[in-house]
Write a protein of this length. Structure first.
Length: 214
């Protein structure tokens, strides 16, 4: 599938994003730097993903005169990280929209089947009125993302965006096929999944590298 020609799939090729992803890939990048850079990438990606936020004009007084100037319309955004690795992208988005509400969806991977297992879901109220940004650094098989979006839709969510730092073609195709209405933002599209369903070349286990666990 040629994702660049697919509606609602955005492969972000900005040099700053690519430079920072290289830092994440490096096995010698330590926990503190990995966590910091993941947040920076999320903020850069959020700048692109949020370009369609609605605005309204308000009157402000500059040192010269009064004028009408745009502000974000309301405070109807929600950031929903997929636990636990998605937490590493949350602050980057909140730096852009600090008034956003934050929900959490807990998904764990069954190491035998490589399929996601849900264990937690807590979303902000009035989720159907909000622009929902789901974050997960890695889109591998796509199972967790597909299920997380399904949960949010079942709760009434309608305007949903998904953000990941790297993706495998297999996972991206699965997610886009299951939820073609969802905007998907990808920092880099990697080569493939290996026999253990890990992204290649990838960057290791994002959750372990963000939180310093094995």
């Amino acid at each position: 599938m040629d994702f660049k020609n697919e509606k609602n799939v955005f492969i972000l090729e900005h040099p700053l994003i690519q430079h920072k992803i290289t830092r994440l890939r490096d096995k010698n990048t330590g926990t503190a730097e990995f966590r910091k850079v993941a947040g920076e990438i999320a903020m850069l990606m959020g700048y692109e993903a949020l370009r369609d936020l609605e605005t309204t004009d308000i009157e402000v007084e500059t040192p010269i005169e009064k004028t009408m100037s745009p502000v974000i319309a309301g405070h109807k955004q929600a950031v929903v990280p997929i636990l636990r690795a998605g937490l590493g992208m949350t602050d980057g988005i909140l730096n852009l929209i600090p008034a956003a509400k934050v929900g959490h969806i807990g998904m764990a991977r069954d190491e035998q089947t490589h399929q996601p297992v849900s264990y937690y879901c807590k979303l902000p109220d009035r989720i159907g009125e909000r622009t929902v940004i789901i974050t997960d650094p890695m889109l591998a098989t796509g199972g967790s993302a597909v299920d997380a979006i399904r949960f949010i839709k079942e709760k009434g969510g309608r305007r949903i965006k998904f953000m990941c730092i790297i993706a495998a073609p297999e996972g991206l195709e699965r997610l886009h096929t299951a939820h073609p209405d969802v905007q998907i933002y990808v920092g880099h599209l990697d080569r493939e999944l290996n026999e253990n369903a890990y992204i290649c070349p990838g960057l290791g286990d994002a959750g372990d590298r963000i939180f310093g666990t094995d």
